[in-house]
Design a protein around this ligand. Structure first.
Ligand code: G1P
Ligand code: ZN
Length: 539
């Protein structure tokens, strides 16, 4: 039976960099999910004939939220839902399902790399028919709806059994439960040369993939162990757990500690990688060697013609403004298009749809291509393995060769977390006002060339987006300041530093960037305004 239930708006349902992200306890408030989902349905309008994909990373509350969405979809007239078995689907797999089946969009229940559990975070990403997250123009409309919503529709049915594959119905709506891994694996087989990768492993190549107790475990086991022949046990933390076993499922040097410790020990395998909660982020490691995501994007782009799906050429490449400029030199060398967009994968979607780019990436451990409209952790791992198989070189050799060829962008990110929101907003506002006065100023050996907010004009839809403040120096060094849009409480200030060098290729990044860091902290008065003497997280 379809019920219409009265509700009161929440004022905090604005989507950030990637969907709605909140503390689990916030989402567990009465009608919180219902308000948000009904607001999306209201903005879409007529749902008759529409099909959506639905799934998540299995985190705490995934099971409850998914049932609510199913019953609301049925009550609102959605024709069909395609759902991952037991509610599981990685973000890249969902995007693939939308594109492959030409669906109208989908819902990914995940707060990505944020910790899960009752005291962790929950989130919802809404994708449209592009296969990517909806643009800001749509999320703004959804937010407006959430501020005025007064009722939602829901089917008063018992919970749907999501453990059985196949089709069932709820009222007039069809529900198809699918194997969450199968289509994704088929897509990877079409992109990469699996026989070359099998040979790599049969010749004794060793790897460790850390799924961080999150959604990629089953994908990684099927691909790396079952199909490609990596030794059993190469994939660790492979069972998705509601609280990720207490891990912070963010694949970086700090949170993927178990993997990092192994890779920097004498027992290190040839290759190490980790993915985040919903499978779109990746970290790449060699023996005692870390590849920055910015370098990774540049290296993958440089080797595009080794991969069957790209060997006939790629359109171009894009990066977020905060990401290092390493890939720009590769784009120039290959004479392909090059774009800089605001932070957030949704800004790449129009560029992919219009065949302006094939590859894209962000410094925050995201790399991907136009095979889908989200970043893709396992794709990046398979790409690296393919380069290793084709060149016979190690991760370290591949990266060092890259620096020899193109020079090296020393690059690091410094995060100041848990800042009072008002303090953070004022810091950014005051800094923005100060930028014009910085032009041509000298700071030690650095001279400011240009200091301005980053403004992106989307060449496809004509929209303008302002995100972050950039100080560029005459030697090509850069400081980027921005506030995180994925946190669930307080503010996080991110400071990104970059210094390019063509001769000093083997220095310690922190030592290379130390002076720039002091300049960055001084310009924005970070210590006095936040009371913090050091960054909380450095990547
Ligand atoms: C962070 C990253 C950004 C990424 C997003 C979603 O957003 O910085 O590159 O797209 O997570 O994975 P932020 O918290 O900086 O807004
Ligand atoms: Zn993610």
């Amino acid at each position: 039976m379809i019920k219409t239930i009265q509700t009161k708006p929440y004022t905090d349902q604005k989507m950030g960099t990637a969907g709605l992200r909140k503390k689990s306890k916030v989402v567990m408030q009465e009608h919180y999910i219902e308000n948000f989902v009904q607001s999306i349905f209201n903005v879409i309008g007529d749902l008759k004939g529409k099909t959506y994909v639905l799934g998540g990373d299995g985190r705490f509350y995934n099971d409850i939220a998914i049932q609510k969405i199913i019953k609301m979809a049925a009550a609102n007239g959605v024709s069909k839902l395609i759902i991952g078995q037991n509610g599981f689907l990685s973000t890249p797999a969902s995007s693939n399902i939308i594109l492959k089946n030409k669906l109208d969009g989908g819902f990914v229940l995940s707060a990505s790399h944020n910790p899960g559990g009752e005291n962790g975070d929950f989130g919802i990403k809404y994708a449209n028919q592009s296969g990517g997250q909806c643009p800001s123009s749509t999320s703004d409309k959804i937010y407006q709806q959430t501020l005025t919503i007064s009722e939602f529709k829901i089917d008063d049915a018992p919970d749907i059994d999501l453990s059985k594959l196949g089709t069932q119905t709820l009222g007039a709506m069809q529900i198809e439960v699918i194997d969450p891994v199968k289509d994704y694996v088929e897509m990877m087989e079409r992109i990469f040369d699996f026989s070359a990768l099998k040979k790599l492993f049969s010749n004794g190549f060793t790897m460790r993939f850390d799924a961080m107790n999150a959604v990629t475990g089953p994908y990684a086991q099927r691909i790396f162990e079952d199909i490609l022949g990596a030794a059993k046990g190469s994939v660790v933390n492979a069972v998705p757990l509601p609280d990720f076993g207490g891990l912070h499922p963010d694949p970086n040097l700090i949170y993927a500690q178990e993997l990092v410790d192994l890779m920097f020990s004498e027992k290190a395998p040839d290759f190490g990688a980790a993915n985040d909660g919903d499978g779109d982020r990746n970290m790449i490691l060699g023996k005692k060697f870390f590849v920055t995501p910015s370098d990774s994007l540049a290296i993958l782009t440089d080797y595009f013609d080794l991969i069957p799906a790209y060997k006939n050429g790629i359109f171009g490449v894009a990066k977020s403004a905060a990401t290092s400029t390493a890939v720009s030199r590769v784009a120039e060398a290959h004479n392909i298009g090059y774009y800089e967009v605001p932070t957030g994968w949704k800004y790449f979607v129009n560029l992919m749809d219009s065949n302006r780019i094939t590859f894209c990436g962000e410094e925050s451990f995201g790399t991907g291509s136009s095979h889908i409209r989200e970043k893709d952790g396992i794709w990046a791992v398979l790409f690296w393995l393919s380069i290793i198989a084709a060149t016979g070189k190690s991760v370290e050799e591949i990266t060092r060769d890259h620096w020899k060829k193109y020079g090296r962008s020393y690059y690091m990110r410094f995060d100041f977390e848990g800042i009072d929101t008002n303090v953070a907003d004022k810091l950014m506002a005051d800094l923005e006002n100060k930028l014009p006065s910085l032009n041509n100023q000298q700071f030690g050996t650095y001279q400011v060339k240009e200091a301005a907010p980053f403004v992106y004009h989307d060449p496809v839809d004509g929209s303008d987006t302002k995100n972050g403040l950039i100080v560029k120096f005459t030697d090509g060094s850069r400081i980027v300041y921005r506030l995180s849009g994925t946190g669930s409480s307080g503010a996080t200030l991110r400071i990104y530093l970059e210094k390019y060098d063509t001769t000093k290729l083997n220095e310690n990044p922190l030592a290379m960037l130390q002076n720039l860091l002091e300049i960055a902290l001084n310009i924005a008065e970070v210590k006095s305004r936040t009371g913090k003497q050091h960054a909380d997280v450095i990547t």
